[in-house]
Ligand binder design. Sequence first.
Ligand code: TMP
Ligand code: MG
Length: 217
Amino acid sequence: SDVPQSVRGTLIVVEGLDKAGKSTQCARLVENLQKRGRKVHHLRFPDRTTPIGKMINSYLKGESQLDDHAIHLLFSANRWEVASNVRSAINAGIDVVIDRYYYSGVVYSAAKDIPNLTVEWASWPEIGLPRCDICLFLSISTEEAGKRGGYGSEKYELREMQDRVRTLFGELVNNNQEDFVVIDAGKTAEEVENCILEGVSACLQRVSDGATLREVT
Ligand code: TMP
Ligand code: MG
């Protein structure tokens, strides 16, 4: 018929190390999508506003201690508690832009180097979550991150940890190439914004051509 099919929304994730510019770029991406007349929801993980998010926040600030497995499962639960909302939004034709998602979940926990807390162990609780249509990985060198004012005082903002996170992210990107677009986050904010838009435009096209929303496997 001549009536256009209503198209689902697109699940877009932005990942990267601390100082890569994720927050700025997520905000710009949301604005750019809205300018194109799209409806967009903007989420970030951890979502520190929920009861689980408050436990995570207190852990990250060093105000409470938790077993490494326990905090891992809380980060995952923090995603599961909104998973059905994400799915509903997508089905209702709303794009969802997420600042960190299950990739951060896997990488940061596995980077702690706890004997049984492997990438495989860390990946299990994420199975079944709505899988992103695209993950924009903002890649930044240690040197560039350092120039941007170094790290803050939260739990994982330590050089050694960040170096392991960088290595593990690299492996994850290589093993999931169909999901990732790697972006040089050392460029100016405008250049990064344009690279992101290019990747996202291609993804929006795939979705409007009928790509279905998948699950994490
Ligand atoms: P934020 O700086 O983006 O608020 O994230 C806080 C920290 O939490 C950051 O060091 C990455 C880490 N993190 C995890 O360890 N597991 C997760 O699942 C997520 C989303 C973040
Ligand atoms: Mg941070």
